[in-house]
Design a protein around this ligand. Sequence first.
Ligand code: ADP
Ligand code: MG
Length: 205
Amino acid sequence: MRFADTTALKIAMIEASRAIIAAEPELTRVDSVIGDGDHGIGLIEQLSENNFSTPYDLFHAVGLCLVKSMGGSSGVLFGTLFISGLEEIKDKDSLNGVDMAAFLSGGIQGVIRRGRANPGDKTMVDALLPAESEMNSALKSTDDLGQVLKAAHKGALSGVESTKNMVSRLGRSKNFREQVIGWPDPGAMSVSILLGGLANSLSQD
Ligand code: ADP
Ligand code: MG
């Protein structure tokens, strides 16, 4: 899909929420302290019950809902991911790959500003930065929304793999020290599932 309007984006967000819910057992196993998997449920309710007139309104609501329903630092950071890039899509009725990349990059920069994670700290940033870089490479040859999201997903997946060898330097899992080696970061996993859900939904023509 080259462009997506608010309705298509809402459907894609619902699909991404479903993907996160489906991964809940795995996410919970990895993040055994809190179980990051249950935030998808609140999101589906919020999305289904409301109408949004623009992509801006939709993603703004998604961001607020994530802060509220997930809670904790990951709720704030996922909320920031959807809120920090909103200026980039202001006044747009539909988004193509270029718009989506600008929106996500703004969100990623926001997450880094807020959480102050460096690459290698074993956080969602280790999925977000490779997602951004794959997305930017894809933009050199296409402005297709589905293609750009697929590239972002691919980058995130390789980022998740890379977190397996990292020791946490931030967040609660830092207390587990070397025990975390071999396990992917749950926040990075959530990022890749989210991008995968969006890419799946928005790649269909
Ligand atoms: P919560 O308070 O939500 O339980 P955690 O400490 O369990 O927070 O972290 C959840 C996820 O959030 C981690 O897997 C990591 O990806 C991400 N995270 C935690 N702290 C930061 C940070 N400062 N910057 C970026 N991401 C972070
Ligand atoms: Mg946690």
